[in-house]
Each structure stands twice: as structure tokens, then as C-alpha cells.
Design a protein around this ligand. Sequence first.
Ligand SMILES: [Zn+2]
Length: 528
Amino acid sequence: MKRLLAIFLFTATAFADQVPYAPDRRPDEGEGPFQRLIIRAATVVDGTGAPPLGPVDIVIEGNRIREVKSVGFPKVPIKPEGRPKDATREIDGSNLWVLPGFVDLHGHSGGVEQGTPAEYVFKLWMAHGVTTVREPGCGNGVDWCLHERDRSAKNQIVAPRIVPYILTNERMWDGGPIDTPEQARKFAQFVSKKGADGLKILGPAPLFAPDVLGALLDEAARLHLGSTTHLAQLGVAQTNILQGARMGLRGMEHWYGLPESLLTDRTIQDFPTNYNYNDEQHRFGQAGRLWKQAAPPESEKWNAVIDELIKLHFNIDPTLNIYEASRDLMRAMRAEWHDKYTLPSLWRFYQPSRAAHGSYWFDWTTTDEVEWKNNYRIWMQFLNDYKNRGGRVTTGSDSGFIYQLYGFAYIRELELLQEAGFHPLEVIRSATMWGAEAIAAPKAVKPEFGVVRAGMLADLVLVDQNPIANLKVLYGTGWIHVNDATGAVERVGGIKYVMKDGILYDAKKLLHDVEMIVQEAKAKEAKK
Ligand SMILES: [Zn+2]
């Protein structure tokens, strides 16, 4: 209730019951598309897992990459012969690393409860290099989501490409509960007719009955819809991840249902007898004790589950960052970007509350954090093994909950994949080419972005520090280092430019806009 009141205070003038659409893109927001832009002498990380390469000239015409040409050797003057010519605009890339635009496979576009306008969320993503977002649910409504998707596609707003995956929930349509095979098929048809890309399967519990889920996935496959799941504890006793994948489920979010696929000495999680799913400390506290109940790493069962999921081309989108407060609450709570970039309404939404999602700090203990640290170790080993055996692991953020801020949390996700054992180049591949593949695969088409290569759409990240040496330089707040010439402590990095669909945005300017939105909200509240 306290939360509702607080939200009302902030949103009364801004928005009462719907998240405001992003404002139209102003003429001074973004430059391009260009007739023929050449980024000169850059170092390219192409997104395939290949090592950095430079100096390279990148030619962009309109919204396409036309040519990516290696033009010499590091620290050697570049010969003019053979370099691409006739630029209508040039960027000196000699101090820039160029990567494909990032794909966030789990990006909620804010919500009324958070008091986060679309402009705020979209600019935080773009400022962190996210040029494509899979909207896992479209919680602001199907039509809202499609409306912003279309405006973004036409570059009428400053936003990533939006790929809507509709939540399997009765409030998303007028067709009633989704609890029988017939209803499940109808829902998939509704999503397809609307023109969305896929399904985010979260509930209700009857949907996880094998006949209902089977019908849903069968219809989804027929309609070339993608599917992914947050396989909540309410459904997993009926169908776990492996069983779902066998029915045609294309991928998963988070990790729920995975340890359950690895149980050998029980059939359900070892719930305490006083467990109540709607008590979120029960839910998240006990989840932190789940991986240790599964078959241990490298065991026969462990390997068999990994191999079968890979054979089924199953996508794992772990969203490691969104649970990080569980293993280190203070780190998540005191992250340095909150001061400047977290809206006061969002900050209130994060505070402990029995009535809000992801605010489960009723009595969080050292023991809970230690359990979660151990939980991560096994989970991360699973992800690394999955990747090493040939499986696809992607990057999603799930920001707006549990102290995780849009954009910033996406970069944290990259760091956590490195912690899981990924080489930074493997991390970037997960963030780019593999994300694009996960989106394209259900439609049986080839990705049009996600790799810096001729013919691809021009979605790019440009940064003036080496992100392979240190992923932290991708944070909007940059990173501290000591200048050895002066001895001064400096902030370096932060993405410099982000290009989406051939339009070049100054990433720092986008972040400044976000800062202004936050300042304005704080000033408004101070007056009350
Ligand atoms: Zn989510």
C-alpha cells in the first residue's frame, strides 16, 4: 500500500495507469543514416568469437554495412592505396573498438509500478550499446509493445529494435484463461495474428500440464513463433525444462526448472514444510538452495541433460545479474550509478516489501548470501559446460527489479558470464551473434544483425577503451584508473557512440538525457 501511494505521488502528473510512450525522436537526436560513412582504422571485434582485428575501415551505406576491410598493421602508417573511398562522412576510429550492437534477450520496458517512462528505459539501454531488446512478456500490454516496436523500427523514437514475446497470461487478451489444449492453441494464434515474435511462458500453473503445454508449443512451431519460459516453481512439478524442450520449447530464461531436470534422489525441490510461494523470501531464499540438490557437475546425469538440450537446439538465457543481490545485497543496493540514474519511484519499488515482486529482504542473512554464492558456482559451471559442449548461452538483463538498473545491469551480465568461465570474446559472442541467432532461429531465417560483416544491418557499439581487456569500460559511468603521466585518478570509457539501423547516437548524450529525467523527478518530489 505504501508503495502504491508513493507511486501515485510521482505518477499523478506523469502517468496514472499506463507507461507513457517514448517521445518522438527530435532532429538533434542521432545523426544519419549516412549516404556513405567510413569509420577509419578501427579495431573490430566482429561478434563471432574471432579476435580483435585492426586497423580496419568500415563502410556503412544507409542502414547496412557495405564493407569491412583490413587496411594494414598496428603501429604502422596505413598506405592509402586500396582503402575504401568517397566517404560522405568519416569517423577517425584509430582509437576506437567497434563491436556489433548488443542484444538484450530479457528487457522489460519498465512499468507503472516502477514509474519508469519508456524514454528513460530505452535511453539507458541504448547508452549501453543495446540495439535490440527481446521484450519478455510485453507487460505494458500487447498493443503498447507493438506500437513502440513499430515506431522504433521506423526510427521515430530513440530505442533499440523491439522483439515482442507475449506473456501467456489471460490479461494479455480477451480470450479467457489459458488452461486447456484448445485455449493454448488459440492463444498462440492470437499472438501470431497480432504480429508478435513469440511467447514468454510463465503461467498459469495449468499451462504446465503436459497436454496443454504440448498444444501451445506445437501451435507455436506451426506458426514460427519463438518460445521461452520462466519455469516457475508452480509449474515445474508438472513439466521441467528438459521435458519442455522435448515438447518443442525453444529456450529458457533465468534457471528455474534446470536443476529440477537434474534431480536424481527426489522429484521436486526440497521445500521446507512451511514454504509459501507468495512469500518471496521463501521463494528466493529456497531457490538459493536448489542447485546443490541437483546431480553434481560432471556426473552422468549432468552430462546427459546438457547433451540432450544441445541436441534440441535449446537456448539458455541465464540473466545472472538479476539474482546478484541475493548473493551480495549491499553491492547491488549501493551500486554507484543509482545516485545519478535511478528514478526515485524505481528506488522505492526496490525497497523491501511483502507485496512487491523482487523485494524479498524481510530478514536476509549471511547464510542466505553464502547459500546463493554456492548456488552461483554450480549454476555458472553448468553454463560454462553447456557452452563448451556446443550449447548456446545468451545475455538478458531483466532490469527494473532487485536493484538492477536498465543498461548498467546488462553490462554486469557480461561480467558475470566472464566469471562463469567465458572468455571475454565468448561473452561478446553471447551478447551479439548468439542473441541475434536466438531471435532468428524460430522464424527459420538468417540473422540480419549481431556480426560486424558486410551485408549486415548497421547496429554497432563504439568505445574508446579495449572492452576485451576490461568489460567495465562499457558501463555508462566508465571505470576508474590512474593516469601514469599525471598520477591523477580518472574516469575512462563508457560507450562513445551507438549506431542502430545506420543512425549514430552519442551515448554520453543519451545518458545525460536520463540524468535530466531523474533530476526533474527528484525536483518535482522535493516540491511536494
Ligand atoms: Zn523477466
